[in-house]
Write a protein that binds this ligand. Structure first.
Ligand code: IPM
Length: 359
């Protein structure tokens, strides 16, 4: 297969972890006879520094002309600590999600056997957990009108959803549940928010088209507790944008480290694959960031384009690395391995270079 992949490494540890994902993809291309062409472009704080814009036209055009984007991380402390800043790195990602029509972000919460003791949660609670989160990505409080009064003392963020936005992701979630354990849990705050009540109405209607799927409802506050207390009850979680952002991080605890969690963002004709972790500036350039989430994002990319064997090989490589403790210090504080060594291990495993796998 020939595939052009736009690589937007972004800020913080983005470039160093994305590099490991590219190494894994290159190894896969070599072993399975594919051609992956990477085109790198700027986004986020790195793009503001060079061009003044968080999403330069060149980057946008590249992404509009590719089916797949491999994304790193976005953000910079200098903007986080400056509430007055009008141009912000994160705007680059929002503009890109909009322009590419990415409306559904999905991630799989399933701890690796070898990492069950890396989670602060008890092994018996998390063992056997296996659920998907479908987070709506195009609407809610992220995107609508934002105001700040002239005296700077009153601010508002409008939370808006349309039936159309809810329908399209709801269908994806129900279809996913049909291939799994037939349970969708809609997480909302329908006792307080009008948008949540619209979600309940629309999703309940959609559920009638999927009679084999059980639909459960959970308030987001209760859900935050249930995810860490009884995660095995979930099969497919359907959730709006902001709540989904927050609960994804909560759920990442189950996987042992947020450095394990990959996600895909899907639109009608574009896709973007990214690790769930952020820029982790404290680790930038130190060769300590966990590259697995980025490498596993590459596996999601392959799977999306039907390269299932290839994706499986990456998963096997990650499993092997974990089994041999070739991991970064977030997973094993005594580890002597860094981002690059873990990435090398994964690509050498894919290349079947057995002699290079033991250190
Ligand atoms: C994510 C991130 C972004 C979001 C940030 C960087 C704005 O947390 O991709 O989940 O909140 O959507």
């Amino acid at each position: 297969m020939n595939l052009k992949i736009a690589v937007l490494a972004g800020d913080g540890i983005g470039p160093e972890v994305v590099l490991q994902a590219m190494k894994a993809l290159n190894a896969t291309a070599l072993m399975f006879d594919h051609e992956f062409i990477f085109e790198e472009a700027l986004i986020g704080a790195a793009a503001i520094d060079k061009t003044g814009k968080p999403l330069p036209e060149q980057t946008l055009n590249l992404c509009l002309n590719t089916e797949a984007v491999l994304f790193g991380a976005i953000g910079d402390l200098k903007y986080d600590n400056d509430p007055e800043a009008k141009i912000r790195p994160e705007q680059g990602l929002f503009q890109l999600r909009n322009a590419l029509g990415l409306f559904a972000n999905s991630k799989s919460i399933k701890p690796y056997e070898g990492l069950l003791s890396s989670s602060p949660l008890k092994k018996e609670i998390i063992e056997g957990t296996d659920f998907l989160i479908y987070r709506e990505l195009s609407g809610g409080i992220y995107f609508d009108e934002k105001t700040l009064s002239e005296d700077g003392k009153v601010a508002t963020d409008l939370c808006k959803y349309t039936e159309e936005q809810i329908l399209r992701i709801a269908h994806l979630a129900f279809k996913a549940a049909q291939k799994r354990n037939n349970i969708v849990t809609l997480i909302d705050k329908a006792n307080v928010l009008e948008t949540s009540r619209l979600w309940r109405k629309v999703v309940t209607e959609v559920s009638k088209e999927y009679p084999s799927v059980e639909l459960n409802y959970l308030f987001v506050d209760n859900a935050a507790k249930q995810i860490v207390a009884k995660p095995k009850q979930f099969d497919v979680i359907l959730i709006e944008n902001l709540f989904g952002d927050i609960l994804s991080e909560v759920a990442s605890v189950i996987t042992g480290s947020i450095g394990m969690l990959a996600s895909s963002s899907i639109g009608a004709s574009h896709t973007l694959f990214e690790p769930v972790h952020g820029t982790f500036h404290q680790a930038k350039g130190k060769n300590i960031a966990n590259p697995f989430a980025s490498i596993l994002s590459a596996a999601l990319l392959l799977e999306h384009f039907g390269l299932v064997k290839e994706a499986k090989k990456i998963h096997e490589a990650v499993e092997k690395a974990i089994a041999l403790k070739v991991v970064t210090t977030d997973l094993n504080p005594e580890s002597k391995f860094g981002t690059n060594e873990v990435g090398d291990f994964v690509s050498n495993f894919i290349l079947n270079k057995q002699d290079l796998l033991y250190f």
